[in-house]
Design a protein around this ligand. Structure first.
Ligand code: SF4
Length: 438
């Protein structure tokens, strides 16, 4: 009998909910026991319990973001040090593993699942249940005689074909309304993992899940999308009629008193999508009065080299419009982007200063050279003492928040691991063929 154990951590939990939903909704895999095990002790306990059954096999699923790779590798090694059993298969999927299959396998995982997980997890579970060779499953990569062998990539899915979470297991999350992104920002993993085009969940499907959540007593409704106002479009121009159909429809289903969050955590709005028309529409339907805007830099040169598709004046216009329409804009900035010169840094800090005087808040990040992106080989984002001082000054006034200090340390650690992998003979670089850049 096969048991699935998710190595379930806070940062990647929604991915496991989606995979759980994929298994639940296929009659061939719906009865497979699934355990959610948070931390080494819990994973070891779940595996031990599962192995007690006669004929047991255990598939331990791991998924995490690149900044967590070092910590999660340590967890895998701790689990394997306590349970070394051929009946247990450790499989790693997600954005990081898809970009770095060889490094992930050499770190100790038995298999890597490349690409989107919904179909792949079903195929993998069915294969292991029937005693097949998991390495033959489409999208699975393995080391064979020490050499990376890939078996293509998992098929991209239509969002309507799968639930947005694992309802039968009571594992919920935001409803994913759009996957993939046409804006190939050079620091971002999304388009390189999920494709440089939009796939949208239909309004009818979103509403069906919203009604389902209403029936379970939910009062807050959030959506997952790379760019909120791109819902329903396949081009850079927003389709506001599609956005309104979505928001008005969900509002009808959830009623006037429940909260409808859109353009805020866990998604954001591109600055050039802010207009009188789009902000009036949001004001009419959404509950949030904060909007998260992607700004990233105050330097037009850096914005262009990062392929952001807008300039710094556009960020200022968006902030002014948001404030005019009664929203508090929270603007994301990435410090330490590749190629930044002192003038670029000054332009970013000066823009932050101007925006906060207009009523914005700044969400500060430090650039991470993420696997799978065009900037994967860039140096770690680093901040000068003067930049740190000015950021702390903004933070002390409540005008800036974020993990920028911790991310500077993480970026440095990621680059050190990359260097060690190179010295050890593993390229450690991303494998863009695995990511299906379009
Ligand atoms: S940063 Fe946002 S807009 Fe740019 S590619 Fe990533 S998800 Fe798309």
């Amino acid at each position: 009998m096969l048991t699935v154990v998710w190595a379930y951590r806070r940062t990647g939990k929604f991915a496991f909910h989606v995979l759980t939903g994929a298994l639940e909704t296929d009659p061939r895999t719906a009865a497979v026991p699934i355990e959610f095990a948070n931390g080494v002790d819990a994973v070891v306990a779940a595996i031990t319990n599962a192995l007690a059954a006669p004929g047991a096999r255990v598939l331990v699923g791991w998924s995490f973001y690149s900044p967590d790779a070092i910590e999660m590798t340590a967890e895998l090694q701790a689990v394997k040090a306590r349970i070394d059993d051929a009946r247990v298969l450790h499989v790693c999927g997600g954005v990081h593993a898809s970009a770095e299959p060889e490094a992930t396998l050499r770190a100790g995982w038995d298999l890597v699942a490349i690409g989107e997980g919904e179909r792949l997890v079903r195929d993998l579970v069915l294969c292991v249940q029937h005693g097949g060779d998991a390495r033959a499953v489409p999208g699975v990569a393995a080391l064979v005689d020490g050499v990376l062998r890939k078996n293509g990539r998992a098929e991209r899915i239509a969002l309507d074909d799968f639930p947005p979470f694992g309802p039968a297991h009571g594992r919920y999350g935001p409803i994913e309304i759009t996957r993939g992104c046409i804006y190939a920002c050079r620091f971002c993993q999304t388009p390189y993992f999920a494709g440089a085009s939009f796939r949208h969940r239909s309004v009818a499907n979103v509403r069906e899940w919203a009604r389902w959540l209403v029936g379970r007593g939910f009062r807050d409704f959030r959506f997952l999308t790379p760019t909120s106002l791109s819902y329903g479009t396949f081009a850079p121009e927003p389709d506001l009629a599609a956005v309104e159909a979505l928001l008005a429809g969900v509002r009808e289903d959830i009623g006037p008193d429940r909260k409808l969050w859109f353009g805020t955590f866990p998604s954001e709005v591109r600055p050039e999508h802010c207009s009188d028309a789009s902000l009036r529409l949001l004001k009419r339907w959404v509950s949030n009065r904060a909007l998260i805007l992607g700004g990233q830099s105050g330097s037009d040169r850096v914005l262009a080299s990062s392929a952001r598709g807008h300039d710094s004046a556009c960020i200022e216009r968006a902030v002014a419009l948001c404030v005019e329409h009664g929203f508090v804009p929270h603007v994301d900035f990435l410090l330490g982007l590749p190629g930044e010169e002192p003038d670029d840094v000054e332009a970013t800090l000066a823009l932050m200063d101007r925006l906060v005087t207009k009523g914005a808040k700044v969400h500060g990040h430090t650039f991470l050279p993420l696997p799978g992106t065009p900037f994967r080989k860039a140096p770690a984002g680093a901040l000068s003492a003067e930049v740190r001082r000015r950021l702390r000054n903004l933070a002390s006034k409540g005008q800036l928040y974020g993990q920028w200090e911790q991310q500077e340390v993480t970026a440095q650690a990621m680059v050190e691991v990359r260097s060690r992998q190179r010295r050890g003979g593993d390229s450690g670089g991303s494998d863009s063929s695995a990511l299906n850049v379009r």
